[in-house]
Design a protein around this ligand. Structure first.
Ligand code: 0WD
Ligand code: CA
Length: 385
């Protein structure tokens, strides 16, 4: 492993020369105007079934079906079915970008060329960054994150920059020693989705069934941040057939649960920390609304509230300890520039590992093949045909 030395620099990254050894993450450095972010458009989708098998269609898409808004509010028991009707995904399987690469492989003919997929033009993919939406969410929130670091592996192949998260040793240790109450809390989030979604348009939720977290519907989106074209995929909870703008991604709804809030202090901290994550996750794919279910200490959802993504910043606009969307997006753009300038060689077996821990800058190390190389031979071979 070759490690590059770190060097401090105060000037914005964009003004610094090629091959920067590290990238600072201090929010004060990124407080310029909001950068250009192209309205995200959906290029396609795929589904993962009960066995986590890939299907190039929308079979796993569910339909938003909230309870009637009349009485005292819902009374969803989020603990119901735990653990006997729970089929959790096997978290020891590190899927990396595989499902997204499967989609890319099957659509490679349509991703280039001027006539398909509305005006992307030849070579579009070669100039793009490909990743999961969740990885971009982590980048957006980095200037404000004080607890969890991250590692992103990067490779350039046929021009395209691929970014795939690597589980940090700390995250791995946490996953392996996750206390029982946190396992149940994870289940409760998925159970909420089951209370709020139907399998068919106009249908009703069926909370008597199993919760199988292998099942997922993923949207594949195109956008651009500054001069960085993006192709990313994100899991979508459901679609609202009655949405004012019925095309994807504006018909999609993100579902979340959170603790009931009583004090002003609880609300402040919800706006500062949780809303930042909700905003970043839904802003990236252009999902317009997050529907929150608030749970009481007994594990029941007692109220629902819709948070429009574009209004979330209002809750912290006048808070000195709040977050700023411009900082998030400017940092992400700076990271993409940093990554593009670092990962110069086109080689699917060469990996640059970007590492970050709260309080420090993003650093880079260089690796070849296992264990960090993440572009599978089936993908490299298919794309090289
Ligand atoms: O390789 C990795 N390190 C990861 C892979 C980390 C995160 C996700 N994934 C994969 C999975 O295949 C998953 O199906 O990406 C897919 C979803 O990607 P995303 O939309 O980019 O992920 P994110 O925005 O972080 O999470 C969206 C939802 C979560 O909902 P909540 O409301 O809790 O944010 O995807 C689920 C979860 O339901 N989810 C995952 N599903 C499978 N594996 C994972 C994961 N590691 N993380 C979150
Ligand atoms: Ca969700």
């Amino acid at each position: 492993m070759k490690s590059r030395g770190t060097k401090k620099g105060d000037e914005p990254l964009s003004k610094r020369p090629h091959l920067e050894p590290s990238l600072p993450t201090d929010p004060a450095l990124y407080s310029g105007p909001f950068p250009f972010y192209r309205l995200p458009s959906q290029l396609g989708c795929f589904s993962l079934d009960e066995q986590r098998q890939y299907h190039g269609d929308a079979r796993a898409l569910r339909y938003y079906s909230p309870p009637p808004t009349s009485s005292q509010g819902p009374n969803f028991d989020l603990r119901d079915g735990y653990p006997d009707r729970y089929q959790p995904r096997d978290e020891t399987v590190q899927e990396k970008l595989d499902h997204l690469l499967h989609w890319l492989m099957e659509h490679r003919g349509q991703l280039e060329g001027p006539s398909n997929f509305s005006l992307r033009g030849p070579g579009w993919l070669a100039g793009a960054t490909v990743t999961w939406r969740g990885h971009l969410t982590k980048l957006l929130t980095t200037p404000y994150e004080r607890q969890e670091g991250w590692q992103l592996a990067a490779s350039r192949f046929q021009g395209t920059l691929y970014l795939s998260e690597v589980e940090t040793p700390a995250a791995r240790a946490q996953r392996l020693s996750r206390p029982p109450h946190l396992r149940e809390l994870m289940y409760m989030g998925y159970k909420f989705e089951q209370y709020m979604c139907a399998d068919k348009p106009g249908g009703s939720p069926d909370p008597s069934g199993e919760v199988n977290t292998n099942v997922a519907f993923c949207s594949v989106l195109r956008s651009r941040l500054g001069n960085h074209p993006l192709l990313f995929s994100g899991e979508v909870d459901c679609t609202d057939s009655k949405a004012p703008s019925p095309e994807p991604p504006t018909c999609y709804v993100e579902l979340k649960t959170s603790k009931e809030m009583h004090s002003l202090g609880q609300k402040r901290s919800f706006y500062r920390y949780k809303l930042l994550k909700w905003w970043a996750q839904s802003f990236l794919p252009g999902v317009p609304n997050v529907v929150a279910g608030f749970r009481n200490p007994e594990g029941f959802i007692s109220s629902l509230k819709t948070f429009p993504t574009m209004k979330m910043f209002e809750y912290v606009r006048n808070d000195r300890e709040g977050w700023n969307p411009s900082v998030c997006m400017n940092f992400c753009a700076a990271f993409l520039t940093f990554a593009h300038n670092t990962v110069v060689q086109d080689d699917p077996r060469l990996v640059y590992l970007f590492s970050w821990e709260p309080g420090g800058p993003v650093t880079v190390s260089e690796h070849r093949d296992a264990p960090y190389a993440f572009l599978p031979t089936w993908y490299v071979d298919a794309m090289s045909q």
